[in-house]
Ligand binder design. Structure first.
Ligand SMILES: Nc1ncnc2c1ncn2[C@@H]1O[C@H](COP(=O)(O)OP(=O)(O)OP(=O)(O)O)[C@@H](O)[C@H]1O
Length: 735
């Protein structure tokens, strides 16, 4: 079954429509919510929701010696990183590095503080119908289990969240349904912690375009009280694979995922939110854990899955140049977390570090990892709220009208009790038949319209997904220079992939084939639905045309016209919903396109800049026409100097533009000189922020080479010592 859904037969439901892992909570309604919290309709389309990143420092143990970490303020951690001291050239530089996060928790932070600032809000969101995830990351022995599970005296996030949840829903009408599932991922095998005898469970992906993860046969238990839910949690925790290692006497050797689903049903509405709480196994170095044999194999699995998670975080955070394919398939952990990291879910990551000098490397890695993670943003589709809110308004209007019809109906009955003939006709005559036929055709129309809307929505998702796959393929082709050297053709799938990148492209092609087949199927479905709808509409018009001749009184006419109006409004409501959906899809498509253009532009700028350095260094005489083109290009740069880029960052390329004297001269003649700032050394070594940590393993090498001396430094090389290269315009990684 899909992770966290009650189905037990392994079947899946369409993520967008029902309860897919990581998909948006789906029951929204107007005004007050069940927990009494009112939420105004969101006014934006899909919102970029940054992943919230917190880091917690565990207390230093008595035998751990020197401390290398301290908390500067509520957001900043300072690491005394002596790695630079080993570097003779950098010995004079400060060895302290600052890392900033959404929250920094010191050694004396309490379980309550950590819960309040990281997870309490998520519980509220889940009750509003959103999905949310909180996960603990860090080296082995850094305090993850302490934060997530805790002890009886100091309960952790899982216990507090469940407590909060039950307190919030107590006494609510209609009552909430709370379901719990708890699994562990041990050596790439999934075990049901609530039913360990079930053996290893299979992780599947459903057939929808979102490919939502589904764990086949996972138990989901309904809990009606806090004591029941605590019993389940305790039971699950006892089943976790925990072993002593040299680094931690009670080291969790598995990743544990607790999923809590909260549903509230009222009339025909259903609101579902999910909270995922994840205690990851610790990243570790064999030399620290002194692991051998089985422990070493476990460690390798843990590290592999965490590396895959690191790569996903790296790719999602946009590190390196250009867009990168986000490969979730390298481990079950990333496949399980796919929607939590990239989908429609609010996510909080709590990094854990030890303050001891002995764990310096692990600590630095975690801090860099967490810095990367803080660049990720998730799209949480609040727009659904807005659409649903408007739909609810229509529904209110319709129910008002229905009330009016009821009143009219009784008026009709009471005002004409004496006329037996009229009564007889009203209860079994053409007017009644007509009315029923009209209702039936409208209902049919509604059904068809809804179907059409679903089809359109699905087709659009497929279109967006196809575009994404095309993008992956064209990146790969560009990298391989295939765009220029040979015609594009689909790789021979039977030949097998040569390397990791190619296998990614093979996946993209197969995904694309699947999408194309789906598109064909849905286009055919759309045409037949449209045909049916047209027939139904014609039938309704025919019935309406018959009406006036059959009606005897003004009240009857009024009643029927109101009836029709009700259905018209219902039709408008569905159409509005559809249009909104179309708009939000279109916005997403355009945002993707803009991003793509933006990346292209940055690449072009980078290429031009590099070429200009070569020209500068080689003192190459430019042909006049190229000089003219450079001049035009420079003018364009001027024109956009004070504009804003798509990410809202003022786009100012000129301050980093390496000057070409001839172009500058031409510009000067055209009156632009005043706008050219002096060439500045803007890319000096940055050592004091986490995001720019030089010890970042994931960062791709910068495009400019350290050996190239250019700009002011190059031209004045006889007078001044070489300076570090300025940032080329515009920095590519700023997207
Ligand atoms: N904030 C804290 N306050 C007090 N004790 C802590 C804190 N954090 C961790 N500890 C203690 O440190 C030890 C290691 O912590 P814990 O087991 O939570 O680490 P872990 O990161 O989950 O390790 P592993 O990945 O090996 O499971 C435990 O004895 C725990 O009680």
């Amino acid at each position: 079954m899909r992770l966290g859904t009650p189905a037990s037969n392994g079947t899946t439901v369409d993520g967008a429509a029902v309860n897919g892992y990581g998909t948006a909570g789906n029951g929204h309604r107007k005004g007050r919510h069940a927990n009494g919290i009112g939420r105004p309709p969101a006014t934006t389309a899909a919102n970029d929701e940054k992943l919230v990143v917190a880091v917690r420092v565990r207390p230093l143990k008595p035998d751990e010696g020197e401390k290398i970490l301290h908390i500067l303020d509520v957001k900043t951690i300072v690491l005394d990183d002596d790695s630079d001291k080993r570097d003779v050239l950098r010995q004079k530089r400060t060895s302290e590095k600052q890392y900033s996060f959404d929250f920094a928790f010191g050694e004396d932070s309490s379980q309550e503080q950590v819960y309040d600032l990281t997870t309490r809000g998520l519980v509220r969101d889940v009750l509003l119908g959103f999905n949310a995830t909180v996960f603990a990351y860090g080296a082995t022995g850094a305090g993850k289990t302490h934060t997530m599970v805790g002890t009886a005296a100091e309960p952790g996030i899982m216990v507090r969240a469940l407590n909060d949840l039950f307190t919030s829903i107590a006494g609510n009408e209609p009552p909430h349904q709370v379901k719990l599932s708890y699994l562990e991922l041990y050596n790439e095998n999934i075990r049901d912690l609530l039913n360990p005898s079930a053996g290893f469970l299979e992780l599947r992906e459903d057939s929808g375009p979102l490919r939502s993860p589904t764990v086949s046969g996972l138990t989901e238990i309904e809990a009606t009280s806090i004591s029941e839910v605590m019993g389940l949690l305790l039971r699950g925790n006892k089943e976790r694979t925990v072993e002593p290692t040299a680094a931690n006497r009670t080291s969790s050797r598995s990743h544990a995922l607790l999923s809590v689903t909260v549903t509230q049903s009222e009339a025909d509405e259903k609101r579902t939110g999910r909270l995922y709480m994840l205690d990851l196994a610790g990243s570790e170095r064999a030399s620290v854990t002194k692991n051998r044999g089985k422990r070493l194999v476990e460690g390798a699995h843990i590290n592999r899955s965490l590396l895959a998670l690191g790569n996903v975080i790296n790719a999602l955070s946009g590190a390196g140049s250009g867009s990168r394919y986000v490969n979730y398939r390298d481990s079950k952990l990333t496949r399980l977390l796919r929607n939590a990291l990239s989908g429609n879910c609010r996510t909080v990551m709590i990094g854990h570090v030890s303050p001891a000098a002995a764990h310096r490397d692990e600590t630095r890695n975690t801090l860099v990892y967490a810095s990367r993670a803080s660049r990720i943003s998730n799209k949480v589709e609040k727009n659904e709220l807005e659409v649903n809110w408007q739909v609810t308004q229509y529904r209110d209007m319709i129910s008002d009208l229905r009330g009016e019809i009821g009143r009219l109906k009784s008026k009709l009955d009471t005002e004409r009790p004496s006329s037996a003939d009229v009564r007889a006709r009203a209860s079994g005559t053409p007017v009644k038949q007509l009315r029923e036929q009209i209702i039936a055709t409208f209902r049919e129309q509604m059904k068809l319209r809804r179907r059409l809307m679903d089809i359109d929505g699905h087709l659009m998702s497929l279109g967006v997904e196809a575009e994404r796959q095309h993008q992956i393929i064209s990146h790969w082709e560009a990298r391989k220079s295939k765009l220029y050297n040979r015609p594009t053709s689909r790789p021979n799938t039977s030949a097998g992939a040569e390397n990791g990148t190619e296998s990614t492209v093979h996946e993209a092609w197969s995904e694309l084939s699947y999408i194309e087949r789906e598109q064909e199927r849905y286009v055919a479905l759309r045409s037949s639905t449209l045909r049916e709808l047209e027939e139904c509409r014609e039938k309704a018009i025919g019935l309406e045309n018959d009406l006036p001749e059959q009606l005897d009184s003004d009240t009857e006419r009024e009643m029927l016209s109101l009836l029709i109006r009700v259905h018209e409004l219902e039709a408008d409501k569905v159409a509005l919903h559809g249009e909104r959906l179309v708009e939000s899809h279109e916005l997403r498509r355009r945002a993707d396109m803009l991003q793509r253009f933006h990346r292209q532009q940055r690449l072009t700028d980078e290429i031009i800049t590099r070429q200009r350095h070569i020209i500068e260094e080689g003192k190459i005489q430019l042909p006049m026409d190229l000089l003219e083109l450079y001049t035009l290009y420079q003018q364009e740069i001027h024109a956009t100097t004070f504009s804003t880029d798509t990410a809202g960052i003022p786009y100012s390329a000129y301050d980093t533009l390496p000057p070409i004297k001839e172009v500058d001269t031409i510009l000067e003649k055209r009156g632009y000189t005043a706008m050219i700032p002096p060439s500045a050394d803007t890319d000096g070594p940055r050592t004091s922020t986490g995001g720019s940590s030089s010890s970042n393993d994931w960062e791709l090498p910068r495009l400019q080479t350290a050996s190239s001396s250019y700009g002011q430094g190059a031209r004045n090389s006889s007078r001044t010592p070489p300076t570090p290269p300025p940032v080329l315009f515009p920095p590519i990684h700023r997207t």
